[in-house]
Design a protein around this ligand. Structure first.
Ligand code: HEC
Length: 156
């Protein structure tokens, strides 16, 4: 009896500490750094995710699925038409695009199309080009997800 009460209060204290920690973090963070800081793990952005952030997560999923397909010798999934929105999707307020955003976006779209229509011989290469094109753009924008994107590369 005694022990379980003690446990309960410990858990409660841990919970409160975590909650207060998050509150403090959100208070001291300038609005526009929150999405970057938490980009690759959680989605606690109090303003909701931008259209571009959501698209990025679809792109991330497409790439992760593609990696599994490549490894198991499956046909690539078709180019998702929605990815065209990379040019127009609204970015998080306070985050800006570099002058080369459009070029990087074109490169990415081309790389996905090239992977989606690849032959078994060119599949790994076109897949890795696709990952490189994510990294190229991320070298100038939103560095948070870079380590996670790097891990998507297929090394044989
Ligand atoms: C043309 C540039 C560009 C390309 C290509 C690109 N990204 Fe992004 N990415 C961005 C920008 C800019 C943001 C920040 C979006 C925002 O805050 O609105 C972002 C955000 C993200 C995020 C964070 C999303 C979130 O939850 O807030 C992830 C994860 C991500 N990108 C992964 C990828 C992956 C994986 C690829 C390749 C499949 C990729 N990106 C290709 C520019 C790019």
């Amino acid at each position: 009896m005694k022990l379980s009460d003690k446990m309960k209060s410990k858990i409660l204290i841990a919970g409160i500490t975590l909650f207060v920690g998050i509150m403090i973090f959100q208070t001291i963070s300038p609005e526009n750094t929150i999405p970057t800081a938490l980009a690759d793990t959680t989605d606690v952005n109090p303003n909701g995710s931008s259209e571009l952030s959501k698209l990025m997560r679809d792109m991330q999923k497409y790439t992760n699925d593609a990696k599994l397909d490549v490894k198991s010798g499956k046909m690539p999934a078709m180019y998702p038409k929605d990815f065209d929105k990379i040019h127009t999707a609204k970015i998080t307020e306070g985050v800006s695009k570099s002058d080369y955003y459009k070029q990087f976006a074109d490169l990415y779209v081309m790389a996905v199309k090239s992977y989606a229509t690849s032959t078994p011989e060119t599949r790994v290469e076109t897949y890795n080009n696709m990952v490189s094109s994510c990294l190229a753009c991320h070298s100038q924008h939103c560095p948070g997800p870079v380590p996670a994107i790097r891990k998507m590369t297929i090394v044989d």
